[in-house]
Each structure stands twice: as structure tokens, then as C-alpha cells.
Design a protein around this ligand. Structure first.
Ligand code: SF4
Ligand code: SF4
Length: 371
């Protein structure tokens, strides 16, 4: 199987203010292009696109292609599970929403130090094993956001795990908080197949500062910025799949073009990437991926990732006239969302943040700049 997977978490929408308004016609074209070019792996979850991802998968993929032509991964997400008995109905509902009778892969969503205790309490690994024995799923595992020591503990406790989905990209490879390399090495030590998520770090690596971009284009003028990120992840041994959360047909066309005939990075390209990392780090102040896990429980409805993105842009553009734009965007966003200064420091966002960002402190910086 080709190593590029279609991540269905950032599907195109008709109304940017409402992520559940998935543009189904656009998604159908994207799916068709992906399939025509020989790719077949799709990844969804109940909460993606504000719960509109699974229905979009049914309409754009399941209803239009024979079931044995594609591989579908779904996940059990603890935000929807309040007790052990909730797991079966949640799973059966997912099958129904997606319009399938089985999932090829079924993962526990977002394990790490916060949610692993829930998996233990609800016997979720045992539940997944039961699903597999009954033929409802073919392979089981979990997606993981946490440190390598926690990953090692989970893999020791649960040898039944087949797949480990981790955040792996060239910017986080040596990052002490995300620990991409260390997590990858632990997964391989235990002989697990690795699925890569966030290879472009939520779009950060396709929106590089000019100096980093120049280094990469200077080395390979034909390669898109996404291609550097996806190739970096795909070349690692034991990587089964690299997921790309695609939002446009152009992204599907680009990704499938360079991944149709995948070529690992050359020595020269690897060096260029290291230099780009150095330059990117010197620009981005907040390492937010835009996953939006932080916003769901915020009592003040603060648009945390949007503000962080504006803040990073502001810092990148500092000393140019474009910083004004960022302030305008900020003011617009605060019409429908709480301001950064509205934070009551309850800490719920930080509990949900896979990047372990100090959201409360960072919001103070945002308020300082934009308010
Ligand atoms: S700490 Fe602030 S930003 Fe975070 S959830 Fe609470 S109010 Fe929202
Ligand atoms: S602050 Fe954390 S949880 Fe919120 S979008 Fe950014 S990375 Fe995701």
C-alpha cells in the first residue's frame, strides 16, 4: 500500500465559521483524485470537523466505492464516553454513521498521561480486542500524544497493540515536549507499526518563514513544502502510513504526485531540512498545531488556536506593515469569541492540549499584543 493516508480532520467547509458545513462536492472530487491515483487509506474520528467528518466519509467514500477498495480507520474518543458501558453503543453508532459493517483499523484516540487512566478504568484495550475477535475491526491500536516514557509504559502493559499513531514531523523530531524521535524509537523497539499524524504540524510546515523556504527551494526547486514534510516522515522504517489532513483538491494532487513514486530524502536534502528547522525555530513563538482540542471545554469560548496563529504571524511579520492585518483579524474574531483577556485561568484547555502548551500564559502575551 502507498504510504499516504487521507486525514479527514480538516475537510473543506462551506462556512468558515462552522466547521460542520463540509463541502461534500469538493470532498467527492478530492476522494476521486486520491483513489484514481492508487491511494486508499482514510482516517476519521467522531469529533473531526465538529462531528461532520464521519458522515462525509459515508457520503463521499463509502457510498461510492466498494468496501474492499479502501482502508478505513476510526477511533474511540473518551470525550464521548462517561462509563465503560458507553463503549459498545458509541462504536455501533460510528459504524452506522460511516455506513460500514467493520473498520479496518480502530484506535483509542489521543492516549497519553491524561487519557490512559480512562482506558484502564473502562478496560478499553479489552473492548478493542473483543471487537477484533468478533470481526468488527481488523487491527487495533491507539493514537498518542505524550512523552516516550508514557508510551513505553502503555506498550508494556498492552502487547495486544498492533498500531501506534504518533505525531512525527521534522520540526518536532528533536523537540523535548513532543519527543517525535523518542516516541518513534519506542514504538519500533516494541515492534509496532507506526502511523504518522501531523507530518506538516497542522499546516505550520507549509507556511514557513521566507528564509527557511528559500533554503528548501534552493536545494530542491520542484518540491512543495508539504513534500519535504511528508517525505521526512515516510522514509522512516516501520512507518505504515503518513496521514495528511487535506483541505483542497490542489493538496491532494500535490501529495499524491510526489507520493506515487516515493523517493527518500537525499543527504543534501536532510542537511537543508536541518537548516530550515533552525530558521523556523527562530521565528515561531507558539508551537500550536491547530487541533482545536483546547476549545471544546473553554467556558469563555476563546478561539485559542486562531489567536495563537495570529500571534505567530504577527511575530513573523514584526516590523512590517502587515502586522496591522493581524490586529484586524483579531478584532473580527473577538466579535464571536471570547477575547484572550477573558480567560479565567480554569486550565481546562491545558488539560486537553496534546502539545502541552501553557495556554493561560500564552493568552496573556496575545492580549498584550492585540488588545
Ligand atoms: S484557562 Fe482560559 S482559555 Fe483555558 S479553558 Fe479556561 S478560560 Fe478557556
Ligand atoms: S493550543 Fe493546544 S489544543 Fe489548542 S489548538 Fe493549539 S495545540 Fe491544539
Amino acid at each position: 500500500m502507498k504510504k499516504l493516508g487521507f486525514g479527514c480532520m480538516r475537510l473543506p467547509v462551506l462556512d468558515e465559521q462552522d466547521r460542520s458545513t463540509v463541502d461534500l462536492e469538493a470532498v467527492k472530487k478530492m476522494v476521486d483524485c486520491f483513489m484514481e491515483r492508487g491511494f486508499s487509506y482514510f482516517d476519521t474520528a467522531h469529533r473531526y470537523n465538529d462531528e461532520a467528518s464521519e458522515p462525509a466519509v459515508r457520503e463521499c467514500l463509502v457510498k461510492r466505492y466498494p468496501r474492499d477498495c479502501f482502508v478505513l480507520t476510526d477511533k474511540i474518543t473518551f470525550n464521548y464516553i462517561k462509563k465503560e458501558e458507553d463503549q459498545w453503543p458509541f462504536f455501533l453508532k460510528q459504524l452506522e454513521i460511516c455506513g460500514v459493517t467493520y473498520f479496518d483499523n480502530y484506535l483509542i484516540h489521543n492516549l497519553g498521561s491524561t487519557f490512559y487512566p480512562y482506558a484502564q478504568k473502562y478496560h478499553t484495550f479489552e473492548f478493542l480486542t473483543e471487537l477484533k475477535e468478533k470481526g468488527y475491526v481488523r487491527r487495533i491500536g491507539f493514537s498518542f500524544h505524550g512523552t516516550a516514557d508514557v508510551l513505553e509504559q502503555i506498550l508494556k502493559d498492552h502487547p495486544e497493540t498492533e498500531l501506534v499513531q504518533i505525531q512525527l514531523n521534522y520540526l518536532d523530531w528533536e523537540d523535548e515536549m513532543i519527543q517525535s524521535r523518542k516516541c518513534y524509537e519506542v514504538a519500533r523497539k516494541y515492534g509496532k507499526q507506526v502511523i504518522v499524524m501531523e507530518p506538516v504540524k497542522g499546516g505550520t510546515l507549509v507556511n514557513l518563514p521566507e528564509d527557511a523556504k528559500a533554503v528548501l527551494h534552493g536545494c530542491n526547486p520542484d518540491g512543495s513544502l508539504a513534500s519535504w514534510a511528508v517525505r521526512f516522515a515516510a522514509e522512516k522504517e516501520g512507518v505504515l502510513m503518513v496521514l495528511s489532513g487535506m483541505s483542497t483538491l490542489e493538496q491532494v494532487e500535490d501529495n499524491t504526485a510526489y507520493m506515487s513514486d516515493f523517493v527518500p530524502l537525499s543527504e543534501q536534502e536532510t542537511e537543508a531540512l536541518q537548516e530550515a528547522v533552525r530558521l523556523i525555530r527562530s521565528h515561531s513563538e507558539i508551537q500550536c498545531t491547530g487541533c482545536r482540542y483546547c476549545v471544546t471545554e473553554c467556558p469563555k469560548h476563546i478561539a485559542i488556536p486562531d489567536y495563537f496563529s495570529l500571534f505567530n504571524n504577527y511575530k513573523r511579520l514584526e516590523n512590517t506593515s502587515y502586522t496591522y492585518n493581524q490586529k484586524v483579524y483579531y478584532t473580527n474574531l473577538t466579535q464571536k469569541n471570547g477575547k484572550a483577556s477573558a480567560c479565567v485561568e480554569c486550565g481546562k484547555c491545558e488539560k486537553n492540549c496534546p502539545q502541552h502548551l501553557a495556554v493561560r500564559e500564552l493568552l496573556k502575551k496575545v492580549a498584550e499584543v492585540f488588545e
